[in-house]
Structure formats: structure tokens, C-alpha cells
Design a protein around this ligand. Structure first.
Ligand code: ADP
Ligand code: MG
Length: 788
């Protein structure tokens, strides 16, 4: 198989400086083709303390350096696209980002959460790969994705649907299994089929969301965990049994920051320790690989190095991006990152073409070949052939053999004709005669035995053999059928899961993909409403559902709305909403225009037909005219049609582009919304805790919550066991004392005991709702105070 030997390509990307950050001193030099170099100068004040040796300037070489202003598309084009191309050709590929927390790993690999143009390497790679697959009709492709998170040396399947409902530690762990050929297999990591870009993006989004859900302030998963998004591609030419399989790992590593070891006298030493153990093992593997004549590479020390074994010094095209935050405070971490990168650049990989033969396809192919040959033989001999010789033929052969053996003439031959079955039988029979002369003697002597008996005996034996053969045949068939059934079931399961996760998107799909060839009536135009419904239907409040067992109380909902307005991300949401609206309008407009152009084309076609009819009529009345000549009117009409088609095509590709953008924007918005809900959840439970601590007497028992009358302006509303009016917070609860009335319209509070205005009102009906209201009142106050 073809093999490509290459060192790991190492790139650097410098993150834009924050507004309040002080720039560190560095320079990028691209003159030394083909490599670029990055020179970092350590300021004197730092050089004394942080960096142990006396050097002040450090120079590192990279394949290419992307400075602060480099955009995502450029980064994708030069870093990930070449790897994706190799993967499409059947080689394995890996792109991994390495750098301290906050240096832009996630931004580079996955993308920013705000703008469409900020989408990172994963969505761009998916887009590129599916585009290429669509263009290539010479092969049949299947694509799957998996998304693995490694946290604390444990692997989790980010695409596991149970993620939403359970805690991280309750999920089945992904474990490593090694087969006899030392290939790594990952147990409990699902491979989800993705037939197009949209399905793959949905899976990416699902995984990112699950990652976010699992993260709590206690486990800073996003900086301490490694995420490996893998695209699996298999391809096959139609009719061929050879399959090419390749994998593309897109890896967002844990933050590379180290804990500085404090030396004697409080001095900081350069050789600091990783916070993350797997990164420590990664570095060991890399050091081992860079050393010459080193035979043992400690891949097995950690889960991550096991999973990435092929990517590091193995069968893979590998690329690393060192992400750097080159402000003054992060200079030393950046130097560490660059040093690591220099070592990685020494590793040689050998990527081989991953081709294999599918035994099932092979069987099918061989069976077909046999049938073809049989047919051909039948044609040539003019005789039908079965696999077995008939009894008559066998007897005939026995006779021939016997005669042949008895014949002492050295020139005698055994001629059975050009029939492999007969030739084989003769050899087998003679072998038997040689090995068992006694039985064969008997057989040879069997001439004396009446013919009928012999016939019966061989007949029975033959029947038995036939039965046995039939039995074996059935067994083989059963195995094959079971194999196929299993595969089918697997495929269906995967499909089912996929449908379950992306059920909402089909609505959008339906509404966006107007198939203009089929559309006839203008009433079936693009539906804006449908698409909008979709955008609000995906993934609603998974966290709160989880916490309250499927329901979010009303007070809590109301508080959430207030919280939402106050949240920093609401600006992003609003911006994106506006953009989305604009895009929807554009798509709608384009859809209408496309329909228009289509009807125009149809109209022109109609005109041409009319013209034909006219000309035909003219030909009848006036023969011999210049009928063979091209009608100039028709020519003009045709040209017009061509023009319209051209504009149709450009509009349609723009339409498709917009569709992808809309989907992406929707996913981004959902992500931000979910983040907000998560923040809210944390804040909400804290508020509830605070409230309980401040006013313990309010909660008398878990089931009876008392509301002080001063909270409620007119208590008689409560006696009707529902209130849909205004609740006023009394002035001693609210120092501002104004503009803080809240309307609970159509909210129902069940009360079992009639309230009295002198004693605290027990609201025992729904303690959750009662507590929510109290907490809400409190929460709103806090927000108002915060807002000043
Ligand atoms: P990491 O994953 O390495 O911890 P992030 O990718 O989360 O870092 O980046 C930290 C912050 O910096 C994020 O808010 C991100 O949007 C922003 N950021 C990182 N790189 C860039 C860049 N090249 N351009 C603009 N913003 C960036
Ligand atoms: Mg990150």
C-alpha cells in the first residue's frame, strides 16, 4: 500500500490581545522559507525571576505563524484542509491544538460562539468533506462521527443521549480494548452515522452541549478535559470488495498551563509541572518519539496517548497548532508551549493507505464469478452441469478406472473427458484404492455381488452426503443472514438515535429545501413560519427539566426571564436574532425570486412551443420556405432561457449557503441560551440557599411554606385559591418601594387552608411553587439592586 512519511507539521497561532492586556514583545519572521520563525523577548523584570537561565530572547520555528489578525478561513485553508484531503484519499489524519487555557484552542478547533464567520476547524472541515463527497460520484461513501471527552483519565461519550439526564459519573465509561493485532478499540463510544453536513453539525452541537451540561464550577471540564471529535469515512467503488477507511481526529486538548515548582528561597524554576496528568504523559511520549533509537514508547500510560497512538509517530498525517497568548503575563507559558511544539516537530509519522477487503463482499463477488463461469461452461459444452456427478456417471467412472488399472498395456490411458469433476473423482477414488487396498479389493471383487445391492449401498451413502451438504449449506446461510440482520439493526438503531436527536431539524429541512423542479403552485413557497417554529423547538431547558423532574415552576420561569434580560450574553442573542431575522428574510426573498425565475423559464419554454406550432402551420401552408433554418425568434428565446438559468444557478447556490448559515446561527443561539440557563440554575439555587439562611422561620417544614401577609397586598385573592392580580412587595422588603409590582396572570396557587390577615398564610398546596415565589421576590430585588 502507498505510504507517506512525514514529520508532524507544527503551526502557531497568536491570539488577539485583550483590551486590558499588555503586549509582550515578539516578532514574526517569514523570510526563512519554507519555515517561519517566532522570536519572543523576555522582559528583564521577568527574566530575573521566572526564567531560570540568562537568555532574554527565544527563537522558535514553525511551518507557519498566524498572527493576531489571522481569520478562521485562512487558518482552516492552510492547516486543516490539506489534512482533510488526505483523509478523503484514505489516510488517517489528526489536527490538535495545544496551549494554555484561554489561548484560543477551542476557538480554533470548534469556533467562537457568536459569529458565523468565527466557526472553527470542525464545522469547516465537515462542510468541506461533505462538499467533496457530493462531488465524487465514482465511490460510495459512508460517514460516521464520534465525540470523546477525556476527563481525569476517564473517557465519556459526548454523543451518548443519556448525557442530558444523568451525572457524568453515572455514565458508562469509555474504555480501551486492544485486540490481538494491537489495534485500539473504544468500548462504549458510539459511532453515529451522519449522511450530510447538517446531521454532522447537529451531532457536534449535541456533544458541545453535553460537555457544557456536565461542567460545574467544581469540575472545570473545559480547561481540564481533552475532546476528540472524530470523522470516520469509508469509501468503496461500486462492485469492488476493497474498502478504504480513514479517520480524522480533531482534538482540543486540556489547558497546558503548569504549576510552577517553587525552589529554595521562593525562586520559581523553569521546569514546572503540568496540572493535567495526561498532558504529562503526552509530553513523555513525545520526548520518547523524538529520541533516536528509542524502542519503547509509553503510549499505554494514559487514555489519551492510547487513543492518539496512531497520530503520534504512527499511521497518520498529523498537524499541531500551538495557540499562544502573547501578552506580558503569559510569556513564560507561551515559551513552554513553543518548546513543546519544537519537540513535536521532530516526530516522524508514516501514513499508510487504509485499504481492506470486506469478506462478505468477497463472498458475494466470488459467488457471482462462479455463476458466470458455470454459465459460460454450459454455453460451451451445451450441457447443464450440477455440482455432483450422477450415480450413473459414478458407476461408469468406477468401471473405467477398474479397466485402466487392470490393463497392463503401458500405453493405456484413462480418458474421462474435459470434466474437472470426473478427473477429481478419479484421483480421489484411486487414492482410496491405494490407501485401503482391502476395502478396495472387496470393492473390486464386488463384481460378483448382484448389481442391485451395490446400487442401493452407494445410493444411500450419496443420499446421506447430500443431506449433510444441505445441512452445512443451511448453516452457512444462517450465519450470513444473522450477520446481515445484525448490521441492519445497528444501522437502524443509529438512524433512530439520530432521528431522535435531530427530529426538529427535519422541519427546517422541509421548509428550506424547496425543490424547484417539483414546485408548481406559488402556495408551496418557502415557509418562514415553519422555520421559526423550528428555531424555538430545539432543546428546551434541559437543565431545569433535569432538576425539577420535567417541569419548571412558574415563579422560577418568571425569574429566569428577568435573569435573561440581565445576562451579558443577551446582547449576543439579540444580535444573532436580528441577523437570523435578516437571513430569514433574505432566504424568503431568494426563494420567491427563484420561484419567479422558474416560472419565467417555464413561460419562455411555452413561447418556444408556441413558436414551433406556428412554424409547423406555416410549413403546411407555405412549403419550400426556409424551414430548415434556425428561427431567429426561437434562438433569442433560447438565449433568454440560458440567461435565466444562469441567474437561477447563482441564486440557488447563494440560497444553499444561506441555509447552512441559518442552521449554524440557530445552533449558536441555542448554545448561548443553554449557557444562560445553566448560569441561571446555579444562581437560582444559590439564591434559594441564601433565602433559607436569611429567613429560616419562613420555611417551617418542607411541606408548609408560609407567606407573610405584608407580601401580599390583597389577601382575599388567595382565598379563591387562585390569584391573577398584582402582588405588591411591601416597602420594608423593598427600600426603593416603587415600580416593583409583579403581575402573575393566570398563575394558580392552590391553598388548602383559608388565609387570615393576622397570621402568616400557610400555602401548603404546592410548596415548590410557594418557595419559588418567595425566592423570586428576593431574586428580583437583588437584580434591581444590582442594576442600581
Ligand atoms: P482555550 O480553549 O484555549 O481555553 P478559547 O478558545 O476558549 O481558549 O479562547 C478564550 C477566549 O478568547 C474566547 O472568548 C475566545 O472567543 C477568544 N479568542 C481566542 N482566540 C481568538 C481569536 N483568534 N480571535 C478572536 N477571539 C479569540
Ligand atoms: Mg477550551
Amino acid at each position: 500500500a502507498a505510504m507517506v512519511k512525514e514529520t508532524i507539521r507544527v503551526y502557531a497561532r497568536v491570539k488577539p490581545l485583550g483590551r486590558r492586556q499588555q503586549a509582550g514583545s515578539y516578532s514574526v519572521d517569514v523570510e526563512e522559507e519554507p519555515l517561519s520563525s517566532l522570536e519572543i523577548t523576555v522582559p528583564r523584570d521577568l527574566a530575573d525571576g521566572f526564567v531560570n537561565n540568562k537568555r532574554e530572547s527565544y527563537k522558535f520555528k514553525f511551518q507557519k505563524i498566524f498572527d493576531q489578525e489571522a481569520k478562521q478561513d485562512v487558518v482552516f485553508d492552510s492547516i486543516a484542509k490539506p489534512v482533510a484531503e488526505c483523509v478523503l484519499a484514505g489516510y488517517n489524519g489528526t489536527v490538535f491544538a495545544y496551549g494554555q487555557t484561554g489561548s484560543g484552542k477551542t476557538f480554533t478547533i470548534t469556533g467562537g460562539a457568536e459569529r458565523y464567520s468565527d466557526r472553527g476547524i470542525i464545522p469547516r472541515t465537515l462542510s468541506y468533506i461533505f462538499d467533496q463527497l457530493q462531488k465524487d460520484s465514482s465511490k460510495v461513501y459512508t460517514t460516521h462521527v464520534s465525540y470523546l471527552e477525556i476527563y481525569n483519565e476517564c473517557g465519556y461519550d459526548l454523543l451518548d443521549p443519556r448525557h442530558e439526564a444523568s451525572r457524568l459519573e453515572d455514565l458508562p465509561k469509555v474504555t480501551i480494548m486492544e485486540d490481538s493485532d494491537q489495534n485500539i478499540h473504544l468500548k462504549n463510544l458510539s459511532l453515529q452515522q451522519a449522511t450530510n453536513e447538517e446531521e454532522a453539525l447537529n451531532l457536534l452541537f449535541l456533544g458541545d452541549t453535553n460537555r457544557m451540561i456536565a461542567e460545574t464550577p467544581m469540575n472545570q471540564a473545559s480547561s481540564r478535559s481533552h475532546c476528540i471529535f472524530t470523522i470516520h469515512i469509508s469509501s468503496k467503488e461500486p462492485g469492488s470488495a476493497t474498502i478504504r477507511r480513514s479517520k480524522l481526529h480533531l482534538v482540543d486538548l486540556a489547558g497546558s498551563e503548569r504549576v510552577a515548582k517553587t525552589g529554595v528561597g521562593g525562586h520559581l524554576l523553569t521546569e514546572a509541572k503540568y496540572i493535567n496528568l495526561s498532558l504529562h504523559y503526552l509530553e513523555q511520549v513525545i520526548i520518547a518519539l523524538a529520541e533516536k533509537n528509542r524502542s519503547h514508547i509509553p503510549y499505554r500510560n494514559s487514555m489519551m496517548t492510547s487513543v492518539l497512538r496512531d497520530s503520534l509517530g504512527g499511521n497518520c498525517m498529523t498537524t499541531m497548532i500551538a495557540t499562544l497568548a502573547l501578552d506580558k503575563r503569559n510569556i513564560d507559558e507561551s515559551i513552554s508551549t513553543c518548546r513543546f511544539a519544537q519537540r513535536v516537530a521532530l516526530i516522524k509519522n508514516e501514513a499508510i493507505l487504509n485499504e481492506e477487503i470486506d469478506p462478505r463482499l468477497m463472498i458475494v463477488q466470488l459467488k457471482k464469478e462462479i455463476q458466470d463461469l458455470k454459465d459460460e461452461l454450459e454455453l460451451v459444452t451445451g450441457k447443464q452441469r450440477t455440482t455432483e456427478l450422477s450415480q450413473e456417471e459414478l458407476l461408469q467412472l468406477n468401471d473405467l478406472i477398474e479397466t485402466f488399472l487392470k490393463d497392463n498395456d503401458p500405453d493405456s490411458t484413462l480418458d474421462v473427458g474435459a470434466d474437472m469433476r470426473k478427473i477429481k473423482y478419479c484421483f480421489a477414488h484411486m487414492k482410496q484404492l491405494m490407501n485401503h487396498p482391502t476395502t478396495s479389493d472387496k470393492k473390486l471383487l464386488s463384481q460378483d455381488i448382484p448389481e442391485e445391492d451395490t446400487n442401493n449401498e452407494t445410493g444411500e451413502e450419496l443420499e446421506k452426503l447430500k443431506e449433510l451438504l444441505q445441512q452445512r449449506d443451511n448453516e452457512i446461510n444462517n450465519i450470513l443472514v444473522n450477520m446481515l440482520k445484525k448490521e441492519k439493526k445497528k444501522a437502524q438503531d443509529a438512524l433512530f438515535q439520530l432521528n431522535a436527536t435531530s427530529a426538529g431539524s427535519t422541519v427546517l429541512e422541509r421548509s428550506l429545501s424547496i425543490n424547484l423542479e417539483e414546485r408548481q403552485s406559488p402556495s408551496s413557497c418557502f415557509s418562514l413560519k415553519e422555520a421559526k417554529e423550528f428555531s424555538s423547538s430545539v432543546h428546551r431547558l434541559p437543565f431545569l427539566f433535569r432538576q425539577t423532574g420535567g417541569r419548571m415552576s412558574l415563579g422560577c420561569q418568571e425569574a429566569f426571564e428577568v435573569f435573561q434580560q440581565d445576562h451579558a450574553d443577551s446582547i449576543t442573542i439579540e444580535d444573532n436574532k436580528r441577523l437570523l431575522k435578516q437571513r430569514f428574510a433574505e432566504v424568503k426573498c431568494l426563494g420567491e425570486k427563484l420561484n419567479e425565475v422558474r416560472s419565467k423559464i417555464n413561460h419562455l419554454k411555452g413561447e418556444i412551443t408556441q413558436r414551433h406550432i406556428q412554424r409547423a402551420a406555416l410549413a403546411v401552408s407555405n412549403p419550400s420556405e426556409e424551414l430548415n433554418m434556425m428561427d431567429p425568434v426561437e434562438k433569442k428565446l433560447r438565449m433568454q432561457i440560458e440567461e435565466e438559468k444562469k441567474s437561477y444557478k447563482t441564486m440557488f447556490s447563494r440560497f444553499k449557503g444561506l441555509k447552512v448559515e441559518i442552521e449554524h446561527l440557530q445552533l449558536l443561539m441555542e448554545k448561548v441560551k443553554m449557557k444562560m440557563q445553566k448560569d441561571f440554575e446555579v444562581w437560582w439555587s444559590e439564591e434559594a440557599k441564601n433565602l433559607q439562611q436569611e429567613k429560616p422561620e419562613m420555611v417551617t417544614s418542607p411541606n408548609t411554606v408560609t407567606v407573610y401577609p405584608q407580601f401580599i397586598k390583597s389577601s382575599q385573592h388567595l382565598s379563591t385559591s387562585s390569584f391573577s392580580e398584582t402582588i405588591k412587595v411591601s416597602s420594608n422588603e423593598d427600600p426603593a418601594g416603587k415600580n416593583n409590582s409583579m403581575t402573575f396572570s393566570n398563575r394558580t396557587l392552590k391553598t388548602s387552608t383559608p388565609p387570615s390577615s393576622t397570621t402568616p398564610i400557610p400555602l401548603t398546596g404546592d410548596s415548590q411553587a410557594d418557595a419559588d415565589i418567595l425566592a423570586f421576590i428576593k431574586a428580583r430585588e437583588r437584580i434591581l439592586q444590582k442594576k442600581g
